[in-house]
Structures are given as C-alpha cells and as structure tokens.
Design a protein. Sequence first.
Length: 103
Amino acid sequence: MKIEVLYIDDCPNWKDAGSLVREALALAGDTTTNVTFRLLRTPEEAAQVSFAGSPTVTLDGEDLFPNGGQTTDLACRVYFTPSGLAGLPTVSQLWEALEAHAY
C-alpha cells in the first residue's frame, strides 16, 4: 500500500496532511505504512497524477476523496467536512476513506 500526499509549494495545508494521515492510519491499526510527499511544480506534473488540488491524498495512485475534480491547476484544495469547508479532511474522514479503500 502506497500513500502519497500531492501538494504545491504555495499551499500551506500539505504540511499537516501527513500528520493527519498518520493519525488515521494509527486508528486503523496500521503503524507501518509510510506516507510520502510529492511536490508538483508544473501543470504537466499535475496531469500525470490523480491531483484535485493541494493537498491530494492518494492510495496506490487513486485520490482518497474522488469528486471528479481532477485538475492541472496548481491551487489549494477544499474539502467538505462536518464543520464546513476546510483545507484538509478530518482524521475521521481520512480513516473512513482508508477503511473503504484498503482494509
């Protein structure tokens, strides 16, 4: 299983994304999966991956929160959370997405 955070340098939310993913993995009982990060610098790089804005969390190359919003725009992403729109999903949302896709 490969978890990757796709991000752009101008979006600060990617910095916390890895921590939240690690928390969600721990909730799922997984303490061995590594979380890697990939900086996307150009629209061409964004076009080569399942990118829907920064940060996008992928599991084995697939967006954990697919919404048909794949883009090559180097922009921040907005997530729908129980508290409203946010720059990151909640730990609970990440856990649920991991459970649905991986376990």
